[in-house]
Design a binder for this molecule. Sequence first.
Ligand code: DAH
Length: 339
Amino acid sequence: MIEKINRLLDEIEHLSASNADEIEALRIKYLSKKGQISLLMDDFRNVPSDQKREVGMRLNELKQKAQSKIRSLKEQFTHNYNEISDIDLTRTSFPIPLGTRHPVNIVKEEICDIFKRLGFSIAEGPEIEDDWHVFSSLNFAEDHPARDMQDTFFIQNDPQIVLRTHTSSVQTRVMEQNQPPIRIICPGRVYRNEAISARAHCLFHQVEALYVDKNVSFADLKQALLFFAKEMFGHDTRIRLRPSYFPFTEPSAEMDISCHICGGKGCNICKNTGWVEILGCGMVDPNVLDNCGIDSKIYSGYALGMGIERIAMLKYRINDIRLLFENDVRFLQQFQSAY
Ligand code: DAH
């Protein structure tokens, strides 16, 4: 018996394996229930009692050696394996600079964050939309000229399917599915068939806000707008509302902020007026509420919408919207943010 143990000890000492399957085969050969060491253990009861002590000690030694050998083979194997898989042979040999957030993204987060503090939550909807959600439900009559205010991309062969021209389409979707109180902001990408210039692009981003409940008034809208303007552009900012027209709001207004660059004295950003236009807003037209299954005799609401690029351009003093879509890293690297 001792001889057998010594032979196995020697054998185990010199074991080697080149993959996980081989290690498993060795484990089965020596350590499984029918393995060589277990068989010796079974034989132990036949050992004469005066040798039991020594044989027992040697057997234990053998078992421990076998276990630790298998363990170390496994470790060696996983170690090698990791070493190989950690090497990315396709990686450039130059240090890779860390990316920065896109300015449109930074400003979007900032706008959403301000409205979240007023209790608004985020809602999203599809970019490929139907006529109902982009126009008809929002009180654009079939051949109303207001449809021309937003040059629309149509999907070929189906004039009912469009690329959304504004995120106001999300307000309809949310109102169709929910009853008031509704307090949402809808950030997203929109498309318009416009010639690309320093001031306009065929795709850009908007944030829409909608609040519907009992007794929502124009005063609530004005207060939310003032809060937003001060949080976004600084606490000295003043706002001014000018009457305007949108099919989905009545009354409608456009909001200007006091020029944060010249402080209202007049500069080329505000074209010497001291004011800069930043968003459209108004009280949700009762027709829109009724179109979406919300009783306009009980509920009222306000809505507002703004272009994110416009806000980003004002905030960072960018004079050409195309810079925001060219993805030139020298431009993008300049923007750092807490968002
Ligand atoms: N949807 C408008 C646009 O794209 C922006 C807008 C104006 C949204 C007034 C509104 C609003 O919710 O009340 O020009």
